[in-house]
Design a protein around this ligand. Structure first.
Ligand SMILES: [Zn+2]
Ligand SMILES: [Zn+2]
Length: 389
């Protein structure tokens, strides 16, 4: 669990300042352009940048502390699946660069993927997907309708009208790059940055396509499928890589981010992978013991209520909760016993209760038995504490 902390060489209780300082120091050491493009240094640089990116944000750090890497990966397909050198460098320059665009060329001299293609990447589309509790328990394959931009078929995504072609950009002479002075932690550099006239494409469109007006992409309806693993919560999301908007003029497509929502099921309270359910029993059932039925996600089950159970005590039905997202078993169904007091008595019932009253001992208010009673009542809060710990 302490992997990210070890990578940065900071204690688990390090504050933001320590994390930032540790990362900065390591980044200076392993930045690929200080290591003659050594693959090992690149790997280390990616590692420390990923660790830094997770730990510097209190929210993702809390998820990481609780669930480890799975917690910051969404539903197994989260933000770091495609974490690459470019992302690492962007993180570094975002927090330690001088501000502005085109930083990677400060170090890279253009050997990384072209800035033009990057800037033409299509947008990520966010959509919400609502799930029932049963779908959470079993996992589900769901269809999604999305409106997105797809490559324009009229101009084959070039953006140019039929029979015409884009011409080289006059500002950058087709290179897609301009020279500007940049400041970074390593000092002042003359950096190559993306040409603002052509946005790094190196070409400009003289006669735009009538359908897409030079964008090279057009609106379309699409149906996507998403596989939702069992055990998700409303905090998870699923990334469908390359299923978002097409980039302009043949640029790579963005992603679809599926934000999950779990519908309330009035029968249950969810605590992590456990499900809590209230089970009403009568005085007689509580005193004598009984077999009662209680709801499960898919139907019902029977539970043996032991004689002498107190109102508020809980029974645990193992393995009837929600499967763990990471395959570590399944949660429990916790039945909280609620002794139900009759609100209207028939004369016969009243008669019997009066006879019972004459026979029964008073409820303990002090002494050992009262202590025991309080202890048993506390069981429920201890369970809740255990869940939230
Ligand atoms: Zn077109
Ligand atoms: Zn240009």
């Amino acid at each position: 669990m302490s992997e990210y902390y070890e990578i940065l060489g900071v204690p688990r209780d390090a504050d933001e300042g320590q994390i930032k300082k540790a990362y900065r120091k390591l980044a200076m050491q392993y930045h690929p352009d200080r290591n003659n493009g050594s693959g090992e240094a690149e790997e280390r640089f990616k590692e420390i940048s990923e660790a830094y990116e997770v730990l510097k944000d209190p929210k993702s750090r809390a998820r990481y502390d609780q669930y480890g890497k799975e917690g910051v990966k969404g539903a197994g397909q989260g933000p770091f699946q495609g974490f690459d050198l470019h992302d690492a460098i962007e993180i570094f320059m975002r927090d330690f660069g001088g501000g502005g665009a085109g930083f990677e060329e400060v170090f890279g001299g253009g050997r990384r993927r072209s800035r033009g293609a990057r800037s033409r990447k299509g947008e990520t589309i966010r959509i919400r997907l609502s799930l029932t509790l049963s779908e959470v328990v079993h996992g589900a394959r769901k269809k999604l309708r999305v409106k997105r931009l797809e490559p324009c078929s009229r101009c084959s995504a070039t953006g140019s009208a039929e029979g015409t072609a884009p011409t080289p950009c006059g500002t950058c002479a087709g290179s897609g790059q301009e020279r500007v002075a940049q400041r970074s932690v390593f000092g002042q550099f003359v950096a190559l940055t993306t040409c603002r006239t052509c946005n790094g494409e190196g070409t400009v469109i003289q006669d735009p396509c009538r359908t897409c007006h030079g964008e090279g992409r057009a609106r379309a309806d699409a149906e996507l499928e998403v596989e939702v693993p069992a055990g998700v919560t409303g905090e998870n999301y699923i990334t469908l890589r390359g299923q978002g908007n097409a980039g302009p003029r043949g640029g790579p497509a963005g992603d679809v981010m599926v934000l999950l929502e779990v519908e309330e099921d009035p029968r249950f309270i969810r605590e992590g992978n456990h499900l809590l359910v209230d089970v009403p029993v009568t005085f007689a059932q509580a005193a004598l013991g009984a077999e009662v039925s209680l709801p499960t996600v898919d139907g019902e089950t029977q539970v043996e209520v032991p004689a002498g159970i107190q109102s508020g005590e809980a029974l645990r039905i193992r393995g009837q909760g929600i499967p763990d997202l990471n395959g570590r078993g399944r949660g429990d169904l916790i039945a909280r016993i609620r002794v139900w007091t009759p609100e209207r008595l028939s004369s016969e019932q009243e008669q019997l209760f009066r006879e019972l009253q004459d026979l029964e001992e008073p409820a303990p208010a002090s002494g050992d038995r009262a202590e025991e009673f309080r202890d048993r009542r506390g069981f429920w809060s201890r369970i809740k504490e255990a869940f939230t710990a």
